[in-house]
Design a protein around this ligand. Sequence first.
Ligand SMILES: Nc1nc2c(ncn2[C@@H]2O[C@H](COP(=O)(O)OP(=O)(O)OP(=O)(O)O)[C@@H](O)[C@H]2O)c(=O)[nH]1
Ligand SMILES: [Mg+2]
Length: 688
Amino acid sequence: MEQPELGDIRNIGIIAHIDAGKTTTTERILFYTGKSHRMGEVDDGEATMDWMVQEQERGITITAAVTTCYWDDKQINIIDTPGHVDFTAEVERSIRVLDGAVVIFCAVGGVEPQSETVWHQADRYRVPRVCYINKLDRVGADFFAVVEEIRSKLGANPLVLELPIGRESELEGVIDLIRLKELRWEVQDLGQTIYESPVDPSRLPQAQAYRQKLLDQLSRVPEPALADRITELYLEGKDIPEELVLRALRKGTLERTFVPVLCGASLRNLGVQPLLDAVVRYLPAPDEVPPPEGYHVKKEKTVAVPVRRDGPPLGLVYKIQSDREAGPLSYVRMYSGELHDGMAVYNVAKRKRERINRLLRMHANRSEPLNSVAAGDVAVIVGFRLAQTGDSIGSDQFPVLLERMHFPEPVISVAIEPRTLSERGKLQNALRQLEKEDPTFSVKENEETGQLIIAGMGELHLEVLVTRVTEDFKVQAKVGAPQVSYRESISGTATHQERYHKVLAGKENTAELTLKVERLRRGEGNRFQSLINPPALPRELIDAVKRGVSAAFSSGIMYGYPVIDVGVTLTKAFYNPSTSTPMAFEAAAALGFDAACREAGPLLLEPIMRVDILTPKEFLGEVLGNLSSRKAEITGIDSKPGVENIHAHVPLANMFGYSTSLRSATQGRATFTMEFSHFAPREAFGSE
Ligand SMILES: Nc1nc2c(ncn2[C@@H]2O[C@H](COP(=O)(O)OP(=O)(O)OP(=O)(O)O)[C@@H](O)[C@H]2O)c(=O)[nH]1
Ligand SMILES: [Mg+2]
């Protein structure tokens, strides 16, 4: 297949709160674009995009699946992401590599906590988006209330392009405000045929009022010539040509002056084609977003990477997925140049070359071969062994490191052991593979007990991974009770001088150094710097100090938990050319770090979760009482018709078993979501 022009590509993510209907909508998109010939339903466990057995069994999306379809001569690469907070890494990496997003809301639930999270993720990467208010057929659906919440809760400027006709079970179709037409979908052919009719006189005043609001916004798009032309026609009371309206809509969406809002009921096959039109018309092509920036390793400075086919090859590995037959599948987004089947590709992060065995275009878990992949497109490379999530790949002529992705820290852990001792190696191997795929999952061995400890984002996350160990890797394993994964840090500053002297195999090993440790801001991460430079201390010894410090970061201070937000500076060092060795400097650094941190007020930090609860009003008292027994700090309560929405911060340690106790306190009528918020000192262990 020919490479499409850059302007004819859309890289789009579907993002939302859990259960908003992302996969259901994506399945319609695949059906109407002719990509699939059967409608795959989530509820029957048959959605193409939810291809993993566990996704089908649980009825939720776990991994972000990518597929490609064509609409109006444009190639659309779609990533359907999971909504559950435990799988936030999948959303993060998807948003990192796409150019535009469709944000779906449930017409009953509105802007839910996780919708806010994904919205802010998209803000962080400045992703232009369109909104789609789904489930208009459900009892309690309220289109206008959701539009208002998009404004008040997300601080966005919603621009309504469609109004619903009827609601709940009486939902008939939508009014297209651009062309002032009513649209209705044929039930018999699963919504493939759309009937158009003039707006019914009873609905005309409201439609016209919203059309006015629409034109009013368009007359202020950040392209003066276009805005002036629309204002002129508007003031003269003339018709504004559709072509002008669409251009202004595209401009404002790309500049994020407003977000177009569409609506429908995907499960009823109503409303999806106009959403596809909106993706093609308003969301950006790869060269319409600001060019990515990266660090040029040779020039030692940040450079912009122009998105060009004829440029040097450069892409970002955003995901690794292991395949039993093919080995690791490396998902790449290309930003410049082109990669070909069989080519040797330079991994800028690893400074090594790897060969492409095969290039694939993915359709969820199926694939078709490709000869090449060019700037603006996404594909899968088979044959890489070294590449990891976040690596930049291309050529050593243009060695640029694109910005890496930020993943949250795992906060919950369990011990895992094989059923039989002989399976320990197999278990370790399976866990290592999963660790490679999932940046929010980690495996560690407890040095004292030899126990394997796995850590992840939440109970569901770990449950899913353990099921993969038993089902995909066929290793029988049992797990202990979930535990909190703590962190260690310091509250002050200290300087420590360390002298190291050891005779090994008759040979002397000496080192002498001074380390200063200081507390950094929460969330800043760890940092190491050296004030001593060659020739005062040879490069290989500075590198050894760095290795020693970074090993100490992961082995903890007092309790063996990972260290966070500590800055380390090598302020002095003496070496003896005949006795000083890298091994001695590495050991001295680790010992010096420990001693300095113990003097600097060590802290044990625990994960504090942001918890959002929706409860019917009559249970408010009980829910609050239960929260206070868990040492929750209530940060706000929003009243909605019939329900109260409670926001709280609660230590993760007090949240185990919460779903059961909430269910029994509210007869199963309350729901909650929980996600990591921040680390805070554990009270009994000292304060900041
Ligand atoms: N009534 C109604 N139900 C819908 C509609 N769209 C989706 N659903 C139902 O909502 C549930 C969730 O749909 P999904 O498509 O799996 O939602 P999702 O956003 O992909 O969920 P996650 O991937 O798990 O976050 C399913 O039971 C769907 O049948 C709709 O328009 N109306
Ligand atoms: Mg889904």
